[in-house]
Design a protein around this ligand. Structure first.
Ligand code: NAD
Length: 519
């Protein structure tokens, strides 16, 4: 008989610090009450309680955001950008506190927690500049005395559903662009990371109130946060008042949400799972490759959508390279993410640990051999799940290698021919991020060509994780096809109108059609 799983209810040793951080960031203590618990993966204990948003509360938030939209869409875009600029400045002041809260709530090491807030600041800077660049086209008309143009208008309420592993940065990628494009935001954060969302809402509210007072811009109702699990996310996806839903999470989540959105012809921006690969060629700078691969495999305890999970190493250099990976695996500092010496913090929860152990068992059954994987620090933190990262040499791309396991497992395969390696690299369902390590320009170009990597992100001599603001971020196939953050992705948050203006005094019809009525 299986034993019922023990759900720890003990208070976290970090609860006091969490409450002080929330207070400093402006969160009303009265909002910290409800049926859901918030935890920290650092010791597995409870830090606070939050409400589960009801369907009625989801509707009320969307209606309030729709009212805000009616006013906000008429504010000139550069003035909307001014609000986002102010928000970026407030995040600069809050960086240490919010970054620490990110580390406590997700288990990220301190530099990554801080880095996540920096990423929010970077997208605010990007969006502020963008607010003066929402350009349309002018188009040559076939008719004399006519002009055609394209104009971009605010779309409406943007729904954001976010994952635990980037609890605030991915929201900011969406929200900063949505706000300059004229769209209010209703946000359903991960049930595993509600507190950072409440903190961001508090910071935003303070900025919005000050901006309204000082500039007169109608900023009330531009951001609503709904804590809870799947149900409020589904209610948001089903609401006819939300023309765009940006959802980040597992491919299973995307498969469930996409038909709901398609049913009502809403726009879906899907950022789903990855199973990212890299190729190490014989000419690669091995020192550089080792450092890049270590971060991409073990950083964030393997819990990034862009984490490196599959490594193809050329046969001539494989043995030595795998030995070096095994040494890194054995020596990397795993432990308290708030200790600046730590590089690998805990997994988010017990389910993540069990998924990792099950993938390692499957890998061994499929002929894999390797290092790492066991639980650590269990005596000190019995309700938390720390693991030594694992590196497993596989006989081929089989079994668990074909799926995303959200944990620090690196599967290594040997290859002989680059064409064969690229084909194997592309032979998985996800298509998010990829890398090649090479000193040969032809190999690098080959990897980025039309018949090279089939991912949304294809890098050379840098790992697949750690994207910056500016480029369009996202992936193909089971990753969902969405793009966020940089380039021209702002167009997703706006509606396009094509305008034809006749200044000729005649009425020529397009394509030479004649339609002369009796006058
Ligand atoms: P998850 O799918 O469990 O949850 C993500 C969000 O979706 C949460 O807010 C959750 O409440 C909601 N959700 C889950 N199932 C749902 C359903 N059936 N209907 C409606 N809402 C639902 O993901 P997670 O464990 O929080 O995050 C890890 C996953 O997210 C990984 O697969 C990772 O690769 C992916 N991810 C992708 C990106 C990207 O940009 N492509 C970024 C971060 C994370």
């Amino acid at each position: 008989m299986t034993q019922a799983r023990r759900v720890p209810t003990a208070e976290s040793a970090l609860r006091g610090e969490v409450l002080r951080l929330l207070d400093r960031l402006g969160v009303d203590a009265g909002s910290l009450d409800g049926e859901r618990v918030a935890r920290t993966p650092i010791d597995g204990g409870v830090t606070a309680r939050v409400p589960e948003a009801s369907p009625a509360q989801v509707s009320a938030a969307v209606e309030a955001a729709r009212e805000a939209f009616v006013r906000w869409r008429l504010v000139p875009a550069p003035r909307r950008g001014e609000l986002v600029r102010r928000f970026g400045d407030a995040l600069r002041l809050a960086r240490e506190d919010l970054g620490r809260l990110v580390s406590i709530e997700t288990g990220k090491i301190v530099s990554e927690g801080r880095g996540e807030v920096q990423e929010m600041i970077d997208i605010c800077d990007f969006a502020t500049g963008l607010s003066r660049q929402l350009y349309g086209l002018t188009i040559a008309s076939e008719r004399a005395g006519h002009r055609m143009m394209e104009t971009w208008h605010p779309l409406g309420v943007t729904g954001v559903i976010s994952a635990f592993n980037f609890p605030v940065a991915v929201w900011a990628w969406n929200a900063a662009l949505a706000l300059v494009c004229g769209d209010p935001v209703v946000w359903k954060p991960s049930e595993k990371t509600p507190l950072t969302a409440l903190a961001v809402q508090a910071i935003f509210e303070q900025v919005a109130r000050a901006a309204e007072r000082e500039t007169g811009a109608p900023t009330a109702g531009l951001l609503h946060v709904l804590t809870g699990g799947r149900e409020p996310a589904q209610a948001l996806a089903d609401h006819p008042g939300v023309p765009l839903v940006s959802a980040t999470g597992s491919t299973a989540m995307g498969r469930s949400l996409a038909p709901r959105l398609a049913q009502r012809f809403a726009r879906a921006l899907l950022e789903l799972g990855g199973n990212n690969g890299a190729i190490v060629c014989p000419s690669a700078d091995q020192e550089l490759a080792l450092r890049a691969i270590a971060f991409a495999w073990m950083g964030t305890a393997g819990q990034r959508c862009t984490t490196l999970r599959r490594l193809f190493v050329h046969r001539d250099v494989a043995d030595g390279f795998v030995r070096r990976l095994a040494r890194v695996c054995a020596s990397v500092a795993v432990g308290d993410p708030l200790d600046p010496a730590t590089l690998v913090g805990p997994l988010i929860d017990r389910a993540a640990f069990e998924a990792m152990q099950s993938a390692l068992t499957d890998a061994a059954s499929a002929g894999g051999t390797g290092e790492g994987g066991p639980r650590t620090h269990a005596q000190r933190w019995p309700d938390a799940y720390y693991v030594r990262p694992a590196v497993v040499t596989m006989p081929g791309q089989v079994g668990p290698v074909l799926r995303e396991t959200f944990a620090p497992i690196l599967y290594v395969m040997r290859y002989t021919d680059l064409e064969e390696a690229i084909a194997a690299h592309n032979a998985v369902a996800a298509g998010l991020s990829s890398s090649i390590f090479t000193g040969d320009q032809r190999e690098a170009e080959r990897f980025m060509a039309a018949d090279g990597s089939d991912c949304g992100l294809a890098n050379v001599n840098i790992g697949p994780s750690g994207a910056e603001i500016g480029g369009a971020f996202g992936g193909e196939k089971d990753t969902g096809g969405g793009r966020e953050s940089g380039s021209d992705v702002w167009k997703t948050y706006m509606r396009r109108a094509t305008n034809t203006i006749n200044f000729s005094g005649e009425l020529p019809l397009a394509q030479g059609v004649k339609f002369d009525i009796e006058r």
